[in-house]
Design a protein. Structure first.
Length: 181
């Protein structure tokens, strides 16, 4: 389904929720796609299991060395610190915005939509997220709902969002479908 497609996984150097990185990564690989770990710094990123350090993962490339044109889709894992860091890095915010400008599919889970708020791409869109982001999303012009997965096509691209690790099965399937076109 994703043969020949490369999906960017944008994460900060630390703070990504490990299961929200590894489960979608595995789903992209199982669908025949190529996941690539994009971060703000080279080296390795530190993943977390909630508040505890988990594994580290090698960064494939940095936001300064690639563009949305190099990928067929973008996936934003959550974790509280991860998107909070990303939204303070202008190149990371621009990288995310560029997928919307190019009409390419984007998927975000848990706290991942924080980066999209900073990129000013959620206005008029329907999303879900970790419940604590609902006010931020509404204030940014989005319609928020408490659902396992939301697929919004009311914009320049397909936007897939989910709330939490418990939603990963539905999230991964919807993301793969969106990335597959």
């Amino acid at each position: 389904m994703l043969q020949g497609k490369t999906i960017a996984f944008l994460v900060a150097p630390e703070g990504v929720e490990q299961v929200e990185l590894t489960e979608p990564w595995r789903a992209v690989e199982q669908a025949g796609g190529t996941p690539r770990l994009v971060s703000t710094q080279p080296g390795r990123i530190q993943a977390f299991d909630h508040l505890d350090k988990a594994d580290t993962f090698a960064v494939d490339t940095t936001v300064g060395d690639v563009s949305a044109a190099d990928f067929d889709g973008l996936l934003l894992p959550g974790g509280v610190a991860n998107p909070d860091i990303l939204r303070t890095v202008p190149k990371a915010v621009q990288f995310a915005r560029d997928f919307f400008d190019a009409g390419k599919p984007v998927s975000a889970i848990c706290h991942g939509p924080w980066t999209l708020i900073e990129a000013d791409v959620v206005r008029g869109r329907s999303l879900t997220s970790w419940p604590s982001l609902q006010t931020d999303l509404r204030n940014a012009g989005a319609e928020w709902a408490d659902q396992e997965v939301m697929i919004c096509t009311a914009g320049p691209n397909t936007l897939v969002t989910s709330r939490k690790p418990d939603d990963l099965k539905a999230f991964c399937q919807a993301a793969i479908d969106a990335f597959g076109g």
